[in-house]
Write a protein that binds this ligand. Structure first.
Ligand code: CUA
Length: 336
């Protein structure tokens, strides 16, 4: 009984020391959303359970090392007992209770992060290999950066044009997969509560450039946000080349094709227009309007030698004829 009392005190002291120690470590990035607070509260409870379990095991072990140490000349097994019904019942019921408790508060937290605000701001998030696009459909424009108003819920509807991507802004704490296919849209609700610039990262391995699939996330005062929306909503330029460059950025062409000659996964667009290229089947073609349009709509039809193993996503499917035309005009403008 004397040993039991001492160990209990030792475990309690260790738990408090480790718990407070871990609680003061800045292991999380700054918290920037209302929903994230729920997640952090869960984390904090887990930290205390972890501290207790670690102390329980190491406390008993340390105490035994010191107090029950083999004395010189001692050869036997030492005092021990085999089987203890009370102990076994306790270590079955106690963990079961803890697990059930955490299942309960976990479900509660999940419901809390999904609480709907009928005035939520609607934005569609489109993931493609390997870029993000944000459609502000109510205002008729798209953007390559995600801007959100402060202290107002935004309802993000996720979708993908090719494979599974995952929307993850560490400062918001929540994560949601973006799945390809009709009817596979997923929702995420975020109420940002701290002005700042954050980074959206893709958190699902989605191919070669997965690690670079990032976008800027900017949380703004409502008035600044509204000004920005107004600016963006103005009809796009009359110049097809300017529009083409916009589609180049928004539809993710830039992930694989540079416009300054830099080598990326796909051929650079700088100076490509009008050149003669050798194809994988041994024939040659001239890069003209028809070839470019075909390459956008059916990327696998005729591939330039050296790019045989590269799979271009069928980006053309999400572009209108006019947008494709703008992109071709833009590529044409890059010929020197
Ligand atoms: Cu998209 Cu990883």
């Amino acid at each position: 009984m004397k040993h039991f009392f001492r160990v209990t005190v030792l475990v309690a002291i260790l738990t408090v020391l480790i718990g407070f120690g871990l609680d003061n470590v800045d292991y999380m990035p700054v918290l920037a959303s209302v929903q994230g607070a729920t997640i952090d509260a869960l984390f904090q409870k887990h930290i205390w359970v972890i501290s207790f379990l670690f102390s329980l095991i190491s406390g008993f072990m340390l105490y035994s090392f010191v107090v029950f140490r083999q004395k010189p000349g001692e050869k036997g097994d030492g005092d021990h007992f085999i089987g203890h019904a009370g102990l076994e019942i306790a270590w079955t019921i106690l963990p079961l209770g803890i697990v059930l408790y955490f299942a309960f508060i976990g479900a509660e937290a999940l419901a809390e992060t999904r609480r709907e605000d009928p005035n939520a701001y609607q934005i569609t998030v489109v993931g493609s290999q390997w870029s993000w696009r944000f459609d502000y459909e109510d205002y008729g424009f798209s953007s390559t950066e995600l801007r959100l108003p402060l202290d107002r819920q935004s309802l993000l509807t996720m979708t993908s044009t090719d494979v599974i991507h995952s929307f993850w802004v560490p400062e918001f704490r929540l994560k949601q997969d973006a799945l390809p296919g009709e009817g596979m849209e997923r929702e995420l609700r975020i109420t940002p509560n701290l002005i700042g610039d954050y980074k959206l990262r893709c958190a699902e391995l989605c191919g070669l450039e997965h690690a670079y699939m990032v976008s800027d996330v900017i949380v703004m005062e409502i008035s600044d946000f509204e000004n920005w929306v107004e600016e963006q909503s103005e009809s796009p330029s009359d110049d097809p080349i300017v529009r083409g460059e916009l589609w180049y950025e928004q539809y993710g062409c830039l992930a694989c094709h540079s416009i300054d000659g830099t080598a990326r996964i796909g051929p650079t667009w700088a100076g490509i227009y009008g050149t003669e290229e050798l194809l994988t089947d041994g024939t040659t073609i001239v890069v003209d309007r028809d070839y470019l349009i075909e390459s956008i709509i059916d990327p696998q039809a005729a591939i330039v030698d050296g790019y045989g193993g590269v799979i271009m996503p069928p980006t053309g499917a999400s572009l209108t004829d006019e947008q494709i035309n703008d992109i071709v005009e833009f590529i044409e403008s890059l010929a020197e």
